[in-house]
Design a protein around this ligand. Structure first.
Ligand SMILES: Cc1ncc(COP(=O)(O)O)c(C=O)c1O
Length: 396
């Protein structure tokens, strides 16, 4: 996933392996981690937040960045009575997980058929108990970018934070001009935005286990830390959820950013967008409809003809693994550079699959979704727990 050119992949692998045995918990014992993390943070900030103060931390991924950011909002001095998070339903479940772990509550705002929440719905859900509003750039389900500038302008000076989850878009959206479109603004250089997260292991083309979280103030970053000073074993200071963690992902992130540079990222964005547009046009030629106006190569396509599970099932017969979503029923695509090689073959098979789904009683291979594969039947919480049990069962 998120494949990069072979030379880049090899370089990142090598950098990661070189530092696999060092422990990023202690920058005093392993000074290389300090250099990798601080310079990776500074390089990301130079792309997404040029000219503004940025206070970053390096985490193990999108979920940990969310968790750490939400801890910052919870523990920010003056926020003791602010225990709610407001977000569109399309925000990543990592926010719900963070709220669950941190004892916060979540207020969900609906989205329209374009996948976007209305600014007035978001603002109507905000009150004096709101710690932060959480938006996405883009959201995973439909790949559309939430109204960051409008919400930021309204929240500025209210004491309510605004976190933007740019896990997927952080190192993609800023380079969209290479693909002929104007990049949307989404980061802490937008008035009112107080934190933003960007995953190195997605379109940053680093190694799994790397994300950069930027805060707009040192105070917020301090509130996100966990420190303790009265343990017999000595002082403990951790910037994230994990304790011992590898330096490899930070070395890989530093290497990816240094090796690709602005030109490398621009080229990859241009390549991915060429393929994404081809896929979108091809799907639309076959009667599917792209939801909303996704600016990146992440999008969903609904069907006004044959049922989506039947189309996905038929594609499965031809060996394609494609995620499906239920609201509305849609195929979900995250375009990677390597998809350029298979886009034509895929679209040929889409034409075949739509025909087959329309004519035959294709078994509805439902439930291939976001890393979870449950065959048939209803997916409820218990089924999902059992799905996880299987993960830890030998031969399961
Ligand atoms: C928008 C968004 N936010 C957060 C995450 C969570 O990231 P991770 O799986 O690295 O924890 C994802 C993962 O797909 C995502 O798409």
């Amino acid at each position: 996933m998120y494949d990069s050119p072979d030379w880049h992949q090899d370089l990142v692998d090598e950098a990661s392996a070189l530092f696999a045995h060092e422990n990023a918990l202690s920058a005093s014992a392993f000074p290389s981690v300090q250099q990798f993390e601080s310079e990776a943070i500074s390089m990301v900030a130079s792309v997404i937040a040029p000219g503004v103060d940025a206070y970053g931390v390096f985490t193990s991924g999108g979920t940990e960045s969310i968790m750490v950011a939400m801890k910052g909002y919870r523990d920010l001095p003056g926020n003791a009575s602010r225990r709610r998070l407001v977000m569109p339903v399309t925000a990543h479940p990592g926010f719900w997980k963070a709220a669950d772990y941190l004892g916060l509550s979540v207020e969900l705002v609906p989205v329209g058929i374009d996948g976007l929440p209305s600014v007035s719905d978001i603002l109507a859900a905000v009150d004096e108990s709101t710690a932060a509003v959480c938006l996405s750039a883009p959201c995973f389900p439909y790949g559309v970018v939430d109204p960051v500038e409008e919400v930021g302008a309204a929240l500025q000076g209210t004491g309510v934070g605004l976190h933007v989850d740019a896990a997927m878009g952080g190192l993609f959206l800023p380079f969209l001009d290479a693909a002929g479109t104007t990049p949307p603004k989404f980061s802490i250089d937008v008035p009112g935005v107080t934190s933003v997260s960007v995953d190195m292991h997605k379109y940053g083309y680093g190694m799994k286990g790397g994300s950069v979280l930027l805060f707009s103030s040192r105070e917020l970053r301090h509130a996100s830390y966990y420190v303790s000073n009265d343990w017999p074993g000595g002082a403990y200071a951790a910037s994230g959820v994990l304790g011992t963690r590898p330096v490899g992902p930070a070395a890989a992130a530093w290497t990816a950013l240094s090796a690709l540079g602005r030109d490398g990222y621009s080229q990859l964005v241009a390549d991915v967008m060429t393929t994404a547009r081809k896929l979108q046009r091809g799907l639309e030629r076959n009667g599917l409809e792209v939801i909303g106006a996704p600016p990146m190569g992440v999008f969903a396509a609904a069907s006004s003809g044959p049922a989506i599970p039947a189309i996905a099932g038929a594609l499965g017969e031809r060996g394609w693994w494609i995620d499906t979503q239920e609201v509305p029923p849609s195929l979900h695509v995250v375009t990677f550079p390597r998809h350029a090689e298979v886009a034509d073959e895929f679209l040929d098979d889409v034409a075949w699959a739509v025909g087959r789904a329309a004519s035959a009683d294709t078994p509805a291979e439902a439930g291939m979704s976001y890393g979870v594969m449950v065959r048939g039947g209803r997916i409820d919480d218990q089924v999902l727990r059992e799905h996880l049990d299987e993960r830890f069962t030998v031969g399961g």
